[in-house]
Design a protein around this ligand. Structure first.
Ligand SMILES: [Zn+2]
Length: 148
């Protein structure tokens, strides 16, 4: 399996729910289990919330989901001054975005931040998917097409 879904959205708070619906439906359609989907969607929601809250002056942001047989990668990008991991202070009780990054790191296997001097910021979330014995079960298995 090697599938890519991509969506661009305005930097508005309501679009975080749109991303959850869109990516969630894509994950379900490809047989990703509820636990993996929950973790991926919650981490992606945090990253999208950060792009919405801290992505100024970018007007929009994009979300690209890559589904491989063993992993799912979600990249959330915007062209703003944004933030990188190095610039994020250690979380304090009142630091919402710092806590969000800790949460993302807890939910998925890898969280990477990258940026360019032009202000492009990308958060890359990578989650390993369950592997069934001899490929028979586990999540990430593409459902058999219906026969009728
Ligand atoms: Zn799974």
């Amino acid at each position: 399996m090697d599938v890519r879904f991509s969506i661009a959205l305005p930097r508005e708070a309501y679009t975080v729910a749109v991303v959850r619906e869109f990516v969630g439906e894509a994950l379900r359609a490809h047989g990703i289990c509820d636990e993996c989907a929950f973790r991926i969607l919650l981490a992606a929601s945090e990253a999208c919330g950060n792009a919405v809250d801290h992505g100024a002056p970018a007007r929009d942001y994009s979300v690209t989901t890559h589904l491989h047989s063993a992993s799912c990668v979600v990249e959330i990008s915007h062209k703003g001054t944004g933030f990188t991991a190095a610039r994020v202070p250690p979380p304090r009780l009142d630091a919402e975005s710092g806590r969000g990054i800790l949460l993302m790191r807890h939910l998925v296997d890898e969280v990477d931040f990258s940026g360019s001097p032009q202000g492009d910021t990308t958060v890359r979330l990578c989650k390993t998917l369950h592997q069934g014995a001899d490929g028979a079960a586990g999540c990430g298995r593409v459902p058999e097409p219906a026969l009728c």
